[in-house]
Design a protein around this ligand. Structure first.
Ligand code: ADP
Ligand code: MG
Length: 337
């Protein structure tokens, strides 16, 4: 096993040859995954609902440039409930605003529910926001109109999209019931608790049957018990209504409830955790498997906690095995320091 360290690459990143790996994530880029998907080669992405390819968003204020997104790639399959985690300022809200068509990327491509968001006319943009996506934001003032009751708030988006009156009333009733807030029907937001406001916000976001629901820290202002209830309402929307959901959360307890958690670091997707239930053993807790993403240049970002545990700093030693790549701390470096 203990072979010599390979000729030292001074980079702190791990170069992984795409041909050495067989997992779909190791293909050399999203475009390639897209081609494979179109050819039926990657079934889980054949039906991608969200596809971001090298998204860049640069903000220039007072002559200072901030690169909020630095070439972000993301694929989300239809029907998935995915959590997005990342430190404050890592670009999560910038991504959500672009997916909501409230902002446009500086470069890169983004497709959501079959719409190319970089090529929408003003009219298409309005239609997209009205019908294709629903949003839930952290602040309930952004989600609900304060002078309307819960019932009226849920009806409102349907009035803008010409749903027949009878169908509107029926759907509003069903949605309030599904999210357990029928008792709020005649109350304005000021007369609801924070958790009730967010559940009514989810009902409102789902009124026009969007394909995608975007939620940016919807539980950020709630205590943990209430946050759990609101998060369960999102799960309900996902399982009962089949909507694809992307939810930004700071709370590891909540991200632990979803099958897939994608981490954003410095404006890029850096790693993700997939939780799989063991099909053979009933009632086993989901077993989390951590993945690092491989970019087109073959770069992998290793999670910080793993680096710290093994005191990995400047470089690592790599060992190509038939079915995996071994990554080892550089003992030479440790001896010298
Ligand atoms: P997060 O939601 O992960 O906390 P954001 O996407 O809000 O991060 O912000 C990412 C970076 O972009 C931050 O450095 C932030 O200051 C900057 N930023 C976000 N929006 C703007 C804007 N409208 N103008 C200038 N800078 C912005
Ligand atoms: Mg944010």
């Amino acid at each position: 096993m203990a072979s010599q360290p390979p000729g030292g690459s001074p980079e702190a990143v791990v170069q992984v040859s795409p041909v050495a790996c067989t997992a779909p994530a190791a293909a050399s880029g999203i475009a390639e995954l897209g081609r494979e998907a179109a050819a039926g080669g990657v079934p889980q992405f054949a039906d991608a609902m969200i596809r971001c390819d090298r998204l860049v968003r640069i903000f220039a204020t007072d002559g200072v440039e901030v690169q909020a997104l630095q070439g972000l790639d993301l694929l989300v399959a239809r029907g998935e409930l995915t959590a997005i985690v990342g430190a404050s300022g890592s670009g999560k809200s910038t991504l959500m605003n672009i997916l909501a068509a409230l902002d446009v990327p500086t470069a890169g491509s983004v497709r959501v529910a079959g719409h190319d968001l970089t090529a929408l006319t003003a009219r298409e943009r309005t239609q997209y926001r009205r019908r294709a996506v629903g949003f839930v934001w952290q602040q309930s003032e952004r989600n609900l109109l304060p002078y309307l009751t819960a019932w009226q708030n849920v009806l409102m988006p349907m009035q803008f999209s010409a749903v027949p009156r009878k169908a509107r009333g029926q759907r509003a009733g069903e949605l309030l019931d599904l999210f357990g807030v029928t008792s709020c029907a005649d109350r304005t937001p000021a007369m609801m608790s924070g958790g009730e406001q967010q559940r009514v916000a989810i009902a409102t976001a789902m009124a026009n049957e969007p394909a995608v629901l975007l939620a940016d820290e919807p539980t950020g202002e709630l205590d943990s018990e209430t946050a759990g209830i609101v998060f369960d309402a999102l799960s309900t929307a996902n399982t009962e209504l089949g909507v694809t959901i992307l939810v930004v959360t700071h709370d590891p307890m909540l991200s632990g409830k979803v099958r897939r958690t994608v981490a954003i670091r410095d404006g890029r997707t850096s790693s993700e955790i997939l939780r799989r239930h063991d099909a053979d053993v009933a009632d086993t807790p989901a077993h989390p498997i951590e993945y690092a993403l491989v970019d087109r240049a073959g770069r992998v970002q290793l999670p910080r906690d793993m680096l710290e545990t093994l005191q990995i700093r400047e470089r690592v030693r790599l060992e190509a095995e038939p079915d995996h790549i071994g990554v080892w701390p550089d003992f030479e470096e440790h001896r010298q320091s």
